[in-house]
Design a binder for this molecule. Sequence first.
Ligand code: PLP
Length: 352
Amino acid sequence: MSNPRLQINCSKIAENSALLMQILKPLSIDIVPVTKVFMGHPVIARILIDAGATQLADSRIENIERMRSAGINVPIMLIRTPMLSQVERVVTNCNISLNTELSVIRALSSTAKKLGVFHEVIIMVELGDLREGVMPKNLLNIIKETRLLSNIGFIGIGANLACRYGIAPDQHNMSILAKLASKIESKFHLKLEIISGGNSANLLWTVSSKNKNNFNQLRLGEAIFFGVEALEKRHIKGAHTDTVILIAEVIESNRKPSMPWGQRHQNAFGEKHEITDKGDVNQALVALGRQDVDLKGLTPPRGLSIVSSCSDHLVLESTGVPLKIGQEIEFNIDYVGLLSAMTSPYVQKQFI
Ligand SMILES: *Cc1c(COP(=O)(O)O)cnc(C)c1O
């Protein structure tokens, strides 16, 4: 296996997924695993299905098509409102989509009709984080119009918080979602199949015994893959937080001064950081750079610190013994780091 590489522990991901299902089942909440951070990798999709997932979700049609080509045939939900230019791919590959625009739902309807397929929609409501969602006062009207469309099934409503402004789920916004749901049920004389409560940032709220949940679905990525809830990054008891590590290789190791010499300008990235003179240090170069991963998402092993980075080099300082040429360094990686490393063609993906 060449470096740098992401080492992905499949059994830890399966165990996290099963644990979350076990926590949420008594609360009558279904988990839809969100595969976007793994770009819809079919290996991950299969692990999740084997661990009990009956449905998957992703934000990008390319990822969903990738899973379909690999023979993944469980229902898949598109969780970003479809692009008008992609409705044909959406109704062909997705069973369900989250929606906020009537014009898009109309296009889904006419395309589904043309292709002789049926497509289900969940309508997202704005609860204050100001990303996707219909304003509550417009919700009944868009549902009324949606229900008139052929080849479209209106199956529920949903919400998403904490992504743009970090607005947390609370008694106020979650009860608005619940009230809207009952209003829809009584006005249209129907029972909503799905009330999709949110993402990994909803977990603290969901499991807190003082809260009454009025939703029956959570769309979870980070909690499954990193063993944390997303709001305060609190560890979920019993879950693995080290399912993925990034391994990279040392290519130079020297005792060097910590102060540069010569006339100083800004660096290759337009930055000019303060420097403190620490005398001579053990400096190592690792073959890993900004073209591979968002380095803010990495934590080095104990005794090593990341001091600088360029396109292709990461500069480490070690307090103990100097690093050896060819030595592999294992970094912990967070959600943001993984999102970037997965999309880099230079980073190998190793499933163990
Ligand atoms: C990414 C995403 C999720 C999953 O978020 P996590 O924090 O990884 O659980 C859920 N819903 C929507 C709409 C998303 O875009």
